[in-house]
Design a protein around this ligand. Structure first.
Ligand code: HEM
Ligand SMILES: *[C@@H]1O[C@H](CO)[C@@H](O)[C@H](O)[C@H]1NC(C)=O
Ligand SMILES: *[C@@H]1O[C@H](CO)[C@@H](O)[C@H](O)[C@H]1NC(C)=O
Length: 330
């Protein structure tokens, strides 16, 4: 009974998601997974090799590269804007509140760019495409699903710290704000739930879950609260950078994140907002993905393609950066 209700809810959510995606139609039609097949067939294998090396050396790097793609795409589309360094004359997105002391993987992107330019004998692959492919290869390297990444994005010549502050959802958000953030990018409630499943990988800093430990203990499993308090002291500012895994298996793409939410073991407030004990608007989706890891893998791959297609610069817009950290000379 409960299961069939969940199925119907999920089916309805899927239909709604498809209809919404068609209406919102990000200009993904201009991107093409085979974009570099002629110009540089070595591009994708080269990206994969460097990602595999980086993830083998440090599994968390796969999580960090996945998050970099999310934070790039949610700020004026997937245009490599997050990669631009601050200079005395230019304010980028790296010091925006969601990214400062947090976004990582920039050195790996630099290594990929150098390797790809060598393999392609020239500057043909955009930094934005490198970030998108590195995210997919990271997911695969940690046991997640593969998917074809639409390609042909061009790199922005601008960045916006204000947009990065405002367009990336915060871990303090309640469900309605999470949903409207995703909706503002043409992404559905189902996309919100399934993409939050990216938290099957990686870690959070104490600063981002302290509020959940000392203020809202009722919504947090007791034993987990105790172990998180051990790494995250109460006084604001103390131990802010101490890390806790976002799910019990932070280096494996699996269903443990959703299973944890069912037990009130979400690490971030925003995570637990997706499951409110059976009564919330997204609870049936969390139950569905916890019970159906294969559906999670399939729907995650599809939702990643939607996210990867947000507002790309194509054609003659933007540029192919030589150095992912700075715009080309004009
Ligand atoms: C739904 C809204 C989301 C919120 C509020 C959120 C928030 C956060 C926060 C606060 C952290 C910890 C950062 C730190 O402490 O340094 C984090 C980590 C992470 N997020 Fe999200 N996130 C969201 C959605 C996503 C999505 C859509 C993805 C990818 C599909 C994603 C992938 C990750 C990954 C992989 C990490 C771990 C990064 C690492 O270990 O370096 N998140 N997220
Ligand atoms: C973005 O947020 C950071 C950190 O909270 C703040 O220092 C900065 O002034 C903000 N930038 C803009 C343009 O609003
Ligand atoms: C707990 O909530 C109070 C107000 O409700 C707030 O002032 C305080 O900063 C919060 N504490 C933490 C650790 O987030």
């Amino acid at each position: 009974m409960a299961t069939s209700m969940a199925r119907r809810f999920v089916a309805a959510a899927c239909v709604a998601a498809v209809a919404f995606a068609l209406l919102a139609a990000p200009s993904s039609g201009q991107l093409d997974p085979r974009f570099y097949d002629k110009a540089c067939p070595a591009a994708l294998p080269t990206i994969r090799r460097v990602v595999e090396e980086a993830v083998a050396a440090e599994p968390r790097m796969g999580a960090s590269l996945l998050r970099l793609h999310f934070h790039d795409c949610f700020v004026n589309g997937c245009d490599g804007s997050i990669l631009l360094d601050d200079t005395p004359f230019f304010t980028g997105e790296k010091k925006a509140s969601p990214n400062v002391n947090s976004a990582r993987g920039f050195d790996v992107i630099d290594r990929i760019k150098a390797a790809v330019n060598a393999a392609c004998r020239g500057n043909v692959v955009s930094c934005a495409d490198i970030v998108a492919v590195a995210a997919r290869d990271s997911v695969v390297a940690l046991g997640g699903p593969s998917y074809n990444v639409p390609l042909g994005r061009r790199d922005a010549r601008t960045a916006s710290q204000a947009a990065a502050n405002n367009s990336i959802p915060a871990p303090t958000f309640d469900l309605d704000r999470l949903a409207s953030s995703f909706a503002s990018h043409g992404l559905s409630l189902q996309d919100l739930v399934v993409l939050s499943g990216g938290h099957t990988l990686g870690f959070s800093r104490c600063a981002n879950f302290r509020g959940r430990l000392y203020n809202e203990t009722a919504a947090l499993d007791g034993p987990l609260a105790a172990s998180l308090r051990a790494v995250c002291p109460r006084p604001a500012g103390s131990g802010d950078d101490n890390l806790a895994p976002l799910d019990p298996t932070p280096a494996r793409f699996d269903g443990a994140y959703f299973a944890a939410l069912l037990r009130r073991r979400g690490v971030l407030h925003s995570d637990q907002q997706l499951f409110a004990g059976g009564l919330g608007a997204t609870d049936a989706l969390v139950q569905f993905y916890a019970a159906n890891p294969d559906a999670f893998r399939r729907d995650f791959a599809e939702a990643m393609v939607r996210m990867a297609s947000l507002g790309p610069l194509t054609g003659a817009s933007g540029e192919i950066r030589y150095d992912c950290r700075k715009v080309n000379y004009s």
